[in-house]
Design a protein around this ligand. Structure first.
Ligand code: ZN
Length: 195
């Protein structure tokens, strides 16, 4: 069981009441016409935006890997767009992930890599942890020779409030196994990701 695992004990009505409170906190009147349905919509959209709590991303890899005969070069999927939410402010983190691995005997369909990214993104996150979560899930399940994950993202909590620096983006990376240790593999991964 992971630290976020929990049974949902909050009802839809309680979630909507909390949104009403935040509307009032923001300074508006939750009973005015344009806002009457808003708590319901927000509660519903939270179910979608935080779908990551309902999935175990490792399962996408466990169920679907295929044996690979002889392919021994890097597999890299670039520019996987994602939306996440920072766990400090619950504001959007929008960016792209680049994911690569050097297979031994198992590969997965590329859509599964995108699903793993989405599964970890749709939670309250910090980018460093998300980067590491994705890399270790691939490492643990596919047991490749190496894994590389690079994420570049814009944090709304930084670009629209606080220090207020539009356009600033945060880059994080997690390199494991040969992608970390073998200079040739590492260089090739980073070249593919940047190219
Ligand atoms: Zn934040």
């Amino acid at each position: 069981m992971t630290d976020h695992a929990h049974k949902p004990t909050v009802s839809q009505a309680e979630a909507e009441a909390a949104v009403r409170t935040l509307i009032q906190w923001a300074g508006d009147n939750p009973d005015r016409e344009g806002l009457v349905e808003t708590p319901k919509r927000v509660a519903k959209s939270y179910r979608e935006l935080f779908q990551g709590y309902e999935v175990e991303p490792r399962e996408y890899l466990e169920k679907t890997f295929q044996e690979v005969g002889g392919y021994d070069e890097l597999v890299v999927l670039k520019n996987i767009r994602f939306v996440s939410f920072c766990e400090h402010h619950m504001l959007p983190v929008v960016g792209v992930a680049h994911v690569g691995y050097l297979p031994t005997d198992r590969v997965v369909g590329i859509s599964k890599l995108a699903r793993v990214v989405r599964g970890f993104a749709r939670r309250l996150q910090i980018q460093e942890k998300m980067t590491s979560d994705i890399a270790h899930a691939i490492q643990d399940v596919l047991r490749p020779l190496g894994v590389g994950v690079v994420i570049e993202a814009e944090h709304s909590c930084m670009t629209m409030r606080g220090v207020d620096v539009p356009g600033a983006s945060l880059s994080t990376s997690c390199l494991l196994g040969s992608v970390r240790e073998d200079p040739r593999t590492r260089e090739e991964f980073l070249r593919l990701v940047r190219g």
